[in-house]
Design a protein around this ligand. Structure first.
Ligand code: SIN
Length: 530
């Protein structure tokens, strides 16, 4: 039963970098905005980002947006949409300037910011804050701006359904609080900025709120997902012995940018002979190399040796603190690390303005698939994408709502029963069958296990909403991963270890029709926006 109703011009779902950037932009364009977020406003992934923001500010000789694009294309395994990526990267300097205008402070002198390097980058172009606390500074600045602008933020409410009218256009959003009480926001525009999907796996660098909500909301509203088989595993999550499952602290790639090296437990380099960039190869290459070596040695972790990095504990205070918590001195000891689920390279298909194929539905940030990341995201392109696409999507909403508007009065949705899997069983199945080194049998077994762990019922509480989203997202990912019979980027198939030219430009797509998922392909350059 719906307990309350309100109206807005735009409902933004999520309060990370993309959501808050969009909300601020839309409010300044005169729209009535409500930000819905299911936990505390800073509980999402943005706050945990360490390395920084990849951006060409134009003050470093020898670097250029063209070089940044070339690195993005090389990392993305042939599936980056070069047109979309070019415009997003070119918009980077203005986006970072706007963020600094909101009060974000980056390391280094204001007119010559410090820059670092991460995997796959051919130049030092990653700006950072607080050493390795970039995301925390981005979130702090945007939340402060949100308070100054007196935006309406509704914490503790999970989005349970995007409401569409008989013509398929958006009419609003249904939300549920912790206890399952429903609220209804009537609005002609909804922007999904719900972040990632790390909770599909037992161990992830993501916070617990990353439960694929946006994928499920979009699929159920009729939108298309693409490239969802490409879940990026970060090569170096901290291995905490006996920690069990859940969030694994990130050990930023910028450490390797500053000279840290990877060695296996026998003291040998992990990446020698694997890629010309060695330990600074793109992330998919390093994560796969570590996974192979762990398998060969039967080891639980490899070592990251940062003892040669000058002033390492001062430069990387977040990592130093996480290491200290397990008795490791970053300045003196090698750090035990192993790959963990980190970032969804695919997601809800959007055009260059964040529009999905559903009228009135936009998406921005990790939940979206713009074509910037292809089969493997280049390090630190994600905060940049959130800033650029959050702003662009909000500007597009403002343009769209400037024309004649329909008066929508959505009806509360019926409580439709859907499959809801037990979360621990789902995570175990995905970790066994859909991590690095998947194969047809493992993917099918994971799908069977998720199905066996599911009951069909109407979601009521926030946990139900999340588990229903994880269940649908798991099936979407497994279906897309099963269909791509090759290895490319983050999608490493043990039974198809080679990259196949047949798939060179082909993005997988997933749509929901009734209760069935359908997998197809589209030209990666066009992304499949209807
Ligand atoms: C890192 O700091 O290594 C992570 C940055 C990213 O995911 O882009």
């Amino acid at each position: 039963m719906t307990r309350w109703e309100t109206t807005a011009d735009l409902v933004v779902v999520g309060s990370g970098v993309a959501g808050l950037t969009a909300a601020l932009t839309a409010a300044r364009a005169g729209l009535r905005v409500v930000v819905v977020t299911k936990d505390a406003p800073d509980a999402g992934s943005t706050r945990w980002a360490q390395g920084g923001i990849a951006v060409v500010l134009g003050d470093i000789t020898g670097d250029s947006v063209a070089a940044h694009l070339a690195d993005t294309l090389a990392a993305g395994g042939g599936l980056v949409d070069a047109g979309a990526a070019g415009t997003i990267l070119a918009a980077g300097p203005a986006a970072v300037a706007a963020l600094r205008g909101e009060g974000a402070v980056f390391d280094g002198p204001p007119d010559a910011l410090a820059r670092t390097r991460e995997g796959g980058h051919s130049a030092l172009r990653v700006v950072h804050a607080g050493g390795d606390a970039t995301g925390a500074e981005v979130e702090r600045a945007l939340l402060a701006a949100t308070r100054r602008a007196e935006l309406v933020v509704l914490p503790g409410h999970a989005a349970s359904a995007v409401l569409t009218g008989p013509d398929g256009a958006v009419e609003g959003l249904e939300v549920r609080d912790e206890d399952g009480r429903a609220g209804l926001l009537a609005a002609p525009a909804v922007l999904l900025a719900t972040g990632g999907v790390g909770a599909l796996y037992e161990t992830t660098t993501n916070p617990t709120v990353a439960t694929a909500d946006g994928w499920a909301l979009a699929l159920r509203a009729g939108a298309t997902l693409a490239d969802v088989e490409f879940v990026q595993f970060h090569p170096t999550a901290l291995h905490v012995p006996d920690a069990g499952k859940g969030r694994a602290p990130l050990v930023t790639e910028a450490l390797r940018g500053e000279g840290a090296v990877l060695r296996d437990t026998g003291g040998r380099s992990v990446t020698a002979g694997v890629h010309p960039l060695g330990d600074l190869a793109p992330r998919d290459v390093v994560a796969a190399a570590i996974t192979r070596r762990l398998g060969e040695l039967g080891a639980e972790h490899v070592w990251l040796d940062a003892t040669g990095v000058p002033d390492v504990a001062a430069r990387f205070p977040t990592v130093a603190a996480a290491c200290a918590a397990i008795g490791v001195d970053l300045a003196r000891d090698p750090v035990p690390v192993r790959p963990a689920a980190h970032y969804a390279c695919g997601g809800v298909v959007t055009d260059d303005h964040g529009r999905t194929g559903v009228p009135g539905l936009w998406a921005a940030g990790e939940v979206a698939r713009t074509g910037l990341h292809g089969a493997n995201r280049l390090a630190s392109n994600s905060l940049l994408e959130g800033l650029v696409m959050g702003r662009r999507a909000a500007e597009d909403v403002a343009r769209a709502l400037a024309g004649p508007r329909r008066l929508a009065s959505p009806t509360p949705p019926a409580a439709v029963p859907v499959p809801i899997a037990d979360r621990a069983a789902l995570q175990a199945a995905m970790t066994r069958g859909a991590a690095i080194g998947r194969d047809a049998a493992g993917l099918a077994a994971a799908s069977d296990a998720v199905e066996a762990a599911s009951t069909v019922r109407a979601p009521r509480t926030r946990a139900d909403v999340e588990d229903a989203a994880l269940t649908l997202a798991a099936h979407a990912l497994l279906a897309a991963a099963g269909s791509r019979t090759e290895t490319r980027g983050c999608h490493v198939r043990a039974d198809h270890p080679r990259t196949d030219d047949h798939w060179q430009r082909a993005s997988s797509t997933v749509v929901l029709s009734g209760d069935r998922l359908h997998v197809g392909t589209t030209d990666a350059r066009h992304g499949g926006v209807a």
